[in-house]
Design a binder for this molecule. Structure first.
Ligand SMILES: Nc1ncnc2c1ncn2[C@@H]1O[C@H](COP(=O)(O)OP(=O)(O)O)[C@@H](O)[C@H]1O
Ligand SMILES: [Mg+2]
Length: 315
């Protein structure tokens, strides 16, 4: 459904995307994971034919993003910064208007609007002006609006950023429902948890480049594990601690910023292994912190990891 090869985008002196290659099969979810400024929106803009690439090529549903921009825009749904919801109109009027713009007659437009209001649990607020909605409601309406034309592929640019946990969960369930019906979804996110929950494949972007990719399971096996972070007393030697942890089969990574040692673990009981390994060399951790993986861990671990072709560890 989506094929992009070697896409680059340069804005003046900024290389927003650098030789990015991604693909997604029909009916799957592709997550573009990265911090602010990683290039996610630029990539979405190119794939939705809103922005031409500086170089490289891409097709969506077999259509070329440079040569067939209008056809692509007719086939896709897009939410995010270009969302087409008018805050002065009610949810129902917005959806009816969009359906009419897409060529539905009056009756079909109302039917489609009612269907989407139901699906997105917006019926109770359907006649209120969209401008008065909370963030979660607004996000649901944005998504509903992008689906009016029954697109085969939808692009969601940070659909849950800034949402409270229950609105986020509601949106995830809606996306899962769409995928179950065969829709292809491309979403951008800063949350590893979101990519993990929704995506069939994940591409990690940093400063315009793809730094990792694969299924959520593959990525987590490499980087997104739970971690224990150990802070030592000034009097203890971090190198002795790292060596002791390695000897017990763990894979410690030292943070250059603050000297703390982070150890990926598979189960919380492995925390004890960390403590025992240190105890064995007479080191007592000043602080121990347990954490679920975040995007920062992905970056930290990827940066500390050798590329698969470069041989042994270089930590
Ligand atoms: N229209 C533009 N003009 C100049 N620089 C831009 C423009 N759009 C994005 N950038 C730059 O490109 C980089 C990637 O931005 P963006 O794609 O918005 O990242 P993300 O969506 O991951 O936060 C950033 O450094 C950003 O400042
Ligand atoms: Mg963005």
């Amino acid at each position: 459904m989506i094929e992009a090869h070697d896409l680059s985008k340069v804005f003046g002196t900024v290389r927003a995307l650098d030789s990015v290659t991604v693909s997604a099969r029909r009916g799957t979810v592709l997550a573009l994971l990265g911090h602010n400024g990683a290039g996610k929106t630029t990539l979405v803009n190119i794939l939705t034919a809103s922005l031409p690439p500086t170089s490289g090529r891409a097709t969506v549903a077999g259509l070329d993003v440079v040569r067939q921009p209008r056809e692509i825009r007719q086939r896709i749904g897009l939410t995010g910064q270009f969302a087409s919801v008018d805050g002065r109109l009610s949810a129902r009027d917005n959806l009816v208007l969009l359906a009419r713009l897409l060529g539905a007659d009056r009756r079909a437009a109302h039917a489609r609007a009612d269907e989407l209001l139901e699906l997105f649990a917006l019926r109770e607020v359907a006649t209120r002006r969209a401008g008065t909605y909370s963030g979660g409601l607004r996000r649901r309406l944005d998504l509903a609006a992008s689906l009016v034309g029954r697109p085969e592929v939808i692009f969601l640019d940070e659909p849950t950023t800034g949402l409270d946990p229950s609105s986020r969960l509601g949106l995830w369930e809606i996306v899962e429902g769409l995928v179950a019906e065969g829709t292809t979804v491309v979403l951008t996110t800063q949350y590893l948890e979101e990519a993990d929950r929704l995506a069939d494949s994940i591409v990690v972007l940093a400063a315009g480049s793809v730094i990792a990719g694969g299924t959520a399971a593959e990525l987590k096996a490499r980087v997104g594990r739970r971690t224990v972070t150990v802070a030592l007393d000034d009097t203890d030697d971090p190198r002795a601690a790292v060596a002791a942890l390695r000897r017990s089969g763990l894979e410690p990574v030292t943070s250059p910023a603050d000297g703390t040692i982070t150890v990926p673990i598979d189960a919380s009981r492995e925390m004890a292994r960390v403590v025992r390994a240190l105890d064995h060399v007479g080191i007592e951790a000043a602080e121990l912190a347990f954490a679920e993986p975040s995007l920062d861990d992905v970056y930290l671990n990827l940066a500390a990891q050798p590329t698969p072709s470069s041989g042994g560890p270089v930590r």
